[in-house]
Design a protein around this ligand. Structure first.
Ligand code: PEP
Length: 256
């Protein structure tokens, strides 16, 4: 049975005090209200990862991730953080390939494959994001693009390593826009992704891979999205900044 996951991506929001308050509220609510078989991951700005990971130690349901890391182990890369540093402060996950990293920081599939290797080598799990722009969807090249993102970003991995990858389908046109993919649109792509995994790694690996949906997911639309056969949870941006909204999304699994 694949894992149900809701992950929050705070992006470059929150100062230390407001972040700690938000995370404390999330931990308390999730501990009380989430089903036992769900995993909740919060990815704050890297400065706060250590403090959040300390707080998360008391929770069996909540863990912490970084939003990015460098592909090298260490060295003269001013301003960057390595996967081993992320690991050393208690995180368990790293988001890779978010469309904002691809768009604003020029991250391509080749670089992301290297980052994926670094993350796995250091005992962390990547939350690997893929998805098309509106232009690509309108040109009907989105299936091909997603196939390439998979092939070039994560399909070089051996099966045992691929099994540690969480995928997130995030249509770029839905991120932070308030426009959500319809459950049917999202399910269509998730089923396509699972078929591609099956073709590469076989049916068992495909069935066990968690594939999250991301893009303006909120407490109102989460239950319908999460009820789709191939949608195993969400990667949540804006709504992860409010403890009640985020926890209500976590609880959406219970009301399918
Ligand atoms: C994201 O940034 O990964 C995201 C899904 O953002 P939002 O929920 O705000 O659309």
């Amino acid at each position: 049975m694949r894992k149900k996951i809701v992950a929050g991506n705070w992006k470059m929001n929150m100062d230390y005090t407001s972040g700690m308050t938000l995370f404390s509220e999330v931990i308390n609510m999730v501990n009380d209200e989430a089903r036992g078989d769900q995993e909740v991951i919060v990815c704050p700005p890297s400065l706060f990862v250590y403090s959040l990971a300390q707080l998360a130690k008391g929770s069996s349901k909540v863990s912490v991730g970084a939003q990015n890391c460098h592909q090298a182990d260490s060295g003269a890369f001013t301003g960057e953080i390595s996967a081993s540093q992320v690991k050393s402060v208690g995180a368990e996950y790293v988001i890779l390939g978010h469309s904002e990293r691809r768009q604003y920081f020029g991250e391509n599939n080749e670089l992301l494959a290297q980052k994926t290797d670094a993350v796995l080598k250091n005992g962390l799990r990547p939350i690997f994001c893929i998805g098309e722009t509106l232009e690509e969807r309108n040109q009907n090249v989105h299936f091909q693009l997603i196939k390439e993102q998979l092939e070039q970003g994560v399909f070089h991995l051996a099966e045992a390593d691929f099994a540690k990858v969480v995928l997130a389908y995030e249509p770029v046109w839905a991120i932070g826009t308030g426009v959500t993919a319809s459950p049917e649109q999202a399910q269509e792509i998730h089923a396509f992704i699972r078929k591609e995994i099956e073709a590469k790694y076989g049916v068992e690996v495909a069935e066990n891979t968690t594939i999250l949906y991301g893009g303006s997911c909120n407490p109102k639309n989460a239950a319908e999205l999460f009820s789709q056969a191939d949608i195993d949870g969400g990667l949540i941006g804006g709504a992860s900044l409010k403890s009640r909204d985020f926890t209500d999304i976590v609880k959406a699994f219970n009301i399918q």
